[in-house]
Design a protein around this ligand. Structure first.
Ligand code: F6R
Length: 615
């Protein structure tokens, strides 16, 4: 949410900043801007709208210089406009700052600064922070260390809230300062050049070496060196890491949208999620990153899974998998609720936080709350080096590769697959026999080929999407493991098509939802041949009896469903445990093609941004 890119080196900053912003556009796309320093001072460009609008402006009036900061915005304080776009400058006009996060005490700081003669031109909390840093800068004496660094530290000591920032000052033209608390910031280390970015995809084209900054870190950079200090500790440590993917992995290639590319990457993503993690010999899963001894695994008698949005839906499927395979009671809670709910947890509860980005503020808040209470917290993350991955006691990486499309797809199926692995592992520590374990392994290993088969129905799904795309609302039904998939299908549709949609456990139909059924409201019914197939057939009939159109997801060869539903998308024969991964795929495609039929901006849906780093 909001993207920052900054550069200090020998090259022209502007093209690097614009390219970086383009790669971070999924984090926010309502306005953007940049500031570049050169011998004649500080120069700014800002524009409401997509990065494209800023690029066009930069083409007309290019900024030259080797030091620059830039930002793509997802509005929190103040509407999207040129005026509210970052960077913001201080009272002298010599300091420029970009910010991701929310300054919670900005009102009181603003009042104080106004009383001291400051005037503000935007509605943002960020402008207040720029003035505050600038105010400290003018009051501080010159010294042996960077005055800008000292001003940033002094200002941040007064700030409540979250920030990832990059700051430059005309009077220190060779210095770039960054800092973070609660919003991600990565330092990229090149040869004779350094970068700051909200995430590595902005800089992977230029360097593979990065430092993932920690909360309260302040980094002061010149062309050849950098220093990391801490707002809370006497000295701050840092570790130089390698980025775990190449730039090509984050390209769209021949696909029209990232979302479609990522849907088609799922056979590979699932392969990556299971690679080296299944032991045929032991008939179990091998998940060393959990950092739990066999005894500790055995001692778990309750599990809490938390996350947001799509990740939470994966957790709901995980609940069913773990409960049915391992017989451990599982609770699933919204991370945003858990962190404030103060719910009682049993001493031997193990907590899982699920997050593709590893940076979602609510999920991070839940993780910290659970750890503060002394619980063991394990992360299921995609982004290596993300805050959640680093702050967890252990966990499982998805290895799904970069997910750029705002609507999560391959991360969801990877998360569900990882829950199947966890269920197998916990099950084998308990009552699950070796032959049952082996059966689950075989089922999991079939997934990549089965997904390929479903992707082969893309044209059919596209035709179905075109048939129903004018609907004003759609209903998604599924039972047991498929209920989470129904919720996820409805979320995908809402996000990228803006069609109202909701997901229900199918048998709830008769308890009220049936009032919504009419000839204009399609129902998407996930009814494979699983343990509740017969029950689902009655519900299906109840919808058809009221003239509701039905798109069914059914097991190949299911003539009963074929004879009732209006349209059928086929799922391969599979076990109840792996079917949720399979049934997700047609729903993703259905949303995608409905969105494209309606000319929606699939990769950048309105009001949304990926990686929600504000509360
Ligand atoms: C939906 C979507 C969001 C995210 C949610 C959590 O397509 O992308 O609902 O799933 O914001 O994000 P992560 O997994 O990054 O914590």
């Amino acid at each position: 949410m909001c993207g920052i890119v900054a550069y200090l080196g020998e090259k022209e900053a502007q093209p690097l900043l614009l390219e970086g912003l383009r790669r971070l556009e999924y984090r926010g796309y309502d306005s953007s801007g940049m500031a570049v320093l050169n011998g004649t001072g500080l120069h700014l460009l800002k524009k409401v709208g997509r990065i494209q609008a800023l690029s066009a402006l930069a083409e007309q009036t290019p900024l030259h210089g080797n030091l620059g900061i830039s930002h793509t915005r997802w509005a929190t304080h103040g509407e999207p406009s040129d005026r509210n776009a970052h960077p913001h400058v201080d009272a002298t006009g010599k300091l420029a700052l970009v910010h991701n996060g929310v300054i919670e005490n900005y009102n009181s700081l603003k009042k104080r600064l106004i009383s001291e003669g400051h005037t503000f031109t935007s509605d943002t909390d960020t402008e207040v922070l720029a003035h505050l840093v600038g105010d400290h800068f003018v009051k501080l004496p010159a010294g042996t260390t960077s005055r800008l660094e000292r001003a940033v530290i002094a200002a941040l000591r007064e700030v409540q809230g979250t920030y990832g920032i990059a700051v430059v000052h005309q009077d220190e033209p060779g210095i770039l300062v960054g800092a973070r608390r609660g919003s991600p910031l990565v330092l990229g280390i090149g040869t004779g050049e350094h970068f700051l970015a909200s995430d590595v995809s902005a800089i992977v084209a230029y360097t593979q070496k990065v430092v993932y900054l920690n909360d309260y870190d302040v980094v002061t950079i010149d062309r050849n060196a950098f220093r990391v200090s801490s707002l809370t500790k006497r000295s701050a440590g840092f570790e130089i890491s390698d980025i775990d993917f190449q730039q090509a992995d984050a390209e769209k290639g021949d696909f029209p949208h990232y979302m479609l590319k990522e849907i088609f990457e799922q056979p590979q993503a699932i392969q990556n999620a299971i690679r080296g993690r299944l032991s045929h010999e032991e008939a179990t899963a091998v998940l060393g990153g959990l950092n739990l001894s066999p005894q500790e695994l055995r001692d778990v008698d309750r599990i809490l899974i938390t996350g947001c949005g799509t990740a939470l839906h994966a957790g709901m499927v995980g609940e069913h998998l773990i409960e049915s395979i391992a017989q451990i009671p599982v609770e699933v809670d919204f991370a945003s609720e858990f962190r404030y709910r103060n719910c009682p947890l049993d001493r031997r509860t193990l907590v899982f936080v699920v997050s593709q980005s590893g940076e979602t503020a609510d999920t991070l808040g839940a993780l910290r709350e659970a750890r503060r209470k002394g619980f063991r917290v394990l992360g299921i993350c995609n982004n290596v080096g993300s805050t959640i991955a680093r702050e967890s006691d252990g966990g499982v990486y998805m290895h799904a590769g970069p997910e750029i499309g705002v609507a999560a797809t391959k991360s969801f199926t990877s998360q569900v697959t990882i829950f199947a692995l966890l269920a197998l592992l916990f099950g084998r520590m308990r009552h699950l026999s070796a032959s049952q374990g082996r059966q689950i392994i075989e089922d999991i290993e079939k997934l990549p080929a089965q997904i390929e088969k479903i992707l082969g129905q893309t044209e059919r799904i596209k035709t179905i999407a075109a048939k129903y795309c004018q609907a004003h609302s759609m209903l998604f039904f599924g039972r047991l493991l498929q209920y989470g998939i129904a919720l996820e299908g409805a979320l995908k549709l809402k996000e990228i098509t803006y069609i109202n949609a909701s997901g229900y456990p199918a048998a709830e139909l008769k308890h009220g939802i049936i009032a919504l059924i009419d000839k204009n409201t399609p129902s998407i019914f996930i009814c494979p041949q699983d343990s509740v197939h017969e029950k689902n057939m009655s519900t299906l009939q109840e919808i058809k009896a009221r003239k509701g159109p039905v798109i069914a997801l059914a097991t190949e060869g299911d003539t009963t469903v074929e004879s009732i539903a209006d349209d059928v998308i086929w799922l391969p024969k599979a076990s109840d445990y792996t079917l949720p991964v399979l049934s997700s795929i047609p729903l993703q495609l259905l949303s995608y093609y409905t969105a494209t039929a309606l000319n929606r901006d699939v990769d950048k849906p309105r009001n949304l941004a990926k990686s929600v780093t504000v509360e």
